[in-house]
Design a protein around this ligand. Structure first.
Ligand code: PLP
Length: 400
């Protein structure tokens, strides 16, 4: 067998897949499990999207496309970006990937030399630091805690920037906290970036349509159009249109970066699936009905989960402004004793206690670089959410 490359020792399996294995083991033992770990919409892909994919198959759209996708999809992306940001991107300023995740990976591969730094505010989406490390970079984790609304402040950003800093990663709406950067907050960060033109910002806007605010989620390019060349805007169809399995993400940025990503795409996967591309056109051009309907449903679930958790002593949930997760402060429970006499000393201890005593599964805060918390998803029916809240309340009532 071939020996593995050294880089494999820098990455770990994603915590959600680790938890999924635990859940399967519990279910196999006949126990009921309430998985608040779900990281994707529980809705089915809309019918008009599926129909477009079937029509594409029948029409023979089953061959390789350009690495940057079909002209129809690039047009749909350009007009979506214009609607969202007010910026008109040229064809060469768009790139396509097998999910936003692949685009983020390729962006780091294309830009990081050994030892280059990437500023990652914590709590962070679990994949950013590993993707940076895999591509030779060094993640510089900067705390963005409850006191700052889980957002990196201009001052902390300024202090984290050094001569080797290539990127700031900004994820709004945020996974796991649900925080959304306001236009004013983005403008203040833009001031820092303007003073450091060697630093670009990767804006991961994958949850932008799952938004509970009165206004659209602001984008860095709208707030600071002069920084357009410094902004790499990443999005996709996974979350907004319940299309996680179709694997289509898109990005907009400088023509130089997009062309580099096209080269990497052409030498690694050739192109994303042609059938999924046809489906993504139908999604992006298909109006807002699906989004409006599902966000209405998510909002009710969010309110149910937040109010349920807030009523449990020792839990402090943050109200998410976007996305599908509730980030909950559990620090008050550390040091408590379980009925079996064990003392809760870590996020994992608490998660194990919840699983053992009520079958509820959450993802531990330390996975996101921020111990003393858990992330609970509400991409679940209201019945499951109610049952899970009752389970959590029961488990916590057992602590002394
Ligand atoms: N970015 C964040 C913050 C996410 O939470 C996810 C998925 O969980 C992704 C990107 C990946 O999205 P995609 O399905 O487009 O690869």
């Amino acid at each position: 067998a071939s020996a593995l490359a050294e880089r494999m020792s820098w990455v770990k399996e994603s915590p959600s897949s680790r938890v999924a294995d635990r859940v399967r083991a519990f279910q196999a033992a006949g126990r009921t499990v309430l998985p608040l770990t779900i990281g994707e919409p529980d809705f089915d892909t809309p019918d008009h999207v599926k129909d477009a994919a079937i029509a594409a198959i029948r029409a023979g759209e089953t061959k390789y496309t350009s690495a940057n996708g079909t002209p129809a999809l690039r047009r749909a992306i350009v007009s979506r970006l214009l609607r969202k940001t007010g910026q008109s991107y040229a064809d060469g300023e768009i790139c396509l990937g097998g999910g936003a995740k692949q685009l983020i990976f390729l962006a780091f591969l294309a830009t990081l030399d050994e030892g280059d730094e990437v500023v990652v505010p914590a709590p962070y989406w679990v994949s950013y630091p590993d993707m940076v490390a895999l591509n030779g970079g060094r993640p510089v984790v900067v705390e963005a805690g409850a006191a700052e609304g889980y957002k990196i402040t201009p001052d902390r950003l300024r202090r984290a920037i050094g001569p080797r800093t290539k990127w700031l990663v900004l994820n709004s709406p945020n996974n796991p906290t649900g925080a959304v950067y306001s236009a004013e907050e983005l403008a203040a960060l833009a001031d820092v970036l303007r003073a450091h033109p060697h630093v670009s910002v990767l804006c991961d806007e994958i949850y932008d349509e799952i938004n509970y605010g009165a206004h659209a989620v602001p984008s860095m390019v709208t707030v600071a159009p002069d920084l357009r060349e410094q902004v790499f805007l990443v999005n996709g169809v996974s979350k907004a249109y319940a299309m996680t399995g179709w694997r289509i993400g898109y990005a907009a940025g400088s023509a130089r970066l997009c062309s580099a990503l096209g080269t990497l795409q052409s030498q690694s996967s050739s192109c994303p699936s042609s059938v999924s591309q046809a489906a993504a056109v139908a999604a992006l051009d298909g109006g807002r009905d699906f989004i409006d309907r599902t966000v209405g449903i998510y909002r009710k679930r969010r309110d149910l989960l937040v109010s349920g958790l807030a009523a449990v002593e020792g839990l402090r949930p943050a109200v998410p402004e976007g996305g599908i997760y509730v980030w909950t402060d559990t620090s008050a429970l550390m040091g408590a004793t379980t009925p079996s006499g064990a003392v809760l000393a870590s996020d994992t201890d608490l998660a194990e206690h919840l699983l053992d005593t009520s079958g509820v599964v959450v993802i531990t805060g330390d996975s996101y670089g921020c111990p003393g918390h858990f992330r609970a998803s509400f991409a679940l029916s209201e019945d499951v959410i109610r049952e899970a809240v009752a389970g959590i309340a029961h488990s916590i009532s057992l602590l002394r």
